[in-house]
Design a binder for this molecule. Structure first.
Ligand SMILES: [Fe+2]
Length: 137
């Protein structure tokens, strides 16, 4: 069984965003797996790097969809995105600069908590707006 896996409880009312979230969970799972199986610094570094890139790409897409749906708390939500991506980027930069100790089991656990928590609480709050757009109302 995967260490972290997307499930129905993470649905946010938009297929594209749900599939982004699946990809992010897959990358997190790959990262956890690479660390657990003792992969090289290059391998772990590239997974962290792809994760950081994808998280940023996804956040911009999600913000565009929230804006189009008229979601009123866009600014607050965007702050949360910036905070999360800053942490992931810092992790990638420090790891790539040779600070191997920056990525441990506890840090990957934290990443999982931040991202799943964000989806379940903050992303879930734009669901009614985004769903209204989907249904063409
Ligand atoms: Fe979000």
């Amino acid at each position: 069984m995967a260490w972290v896996e997307w499930s129905e409880s993470f649905r946010v009312g938009n297929t594209l965003l749900d599939s982004d979230h699946r990809i992010i969970f897959d990358l997190l799972d790959q990262l956890h797996d690479a660390m657990e199986t003792g992969q090289s610094r290059d391998v772990i570094g590239s997974v962290v790097s792809v994760l950081a890139e994808y998280v940023q790409h996804h956040f911009r897409r999600e913000e565009a969809i929230m804006r189009a749906s008229g979601f009123p708390e866009l600014d607050r939500h965007r702050e949360e995105h910036l905070d999360l991506e800053r942490r992931v980027i810092e992790l990638r930069n420090r790891y790539q600069a040779g600070e191997r100790g920056v990525l441990g089991e506890d840090v990957v656990d934290l990443l999982k908590k931040w991202l799943t928590g964000h989806i379940l609480v903050s992303d879930n709050s734009y669901r009614p707006w985004v769903e209204r757009v989907n249904s063409g109302e």
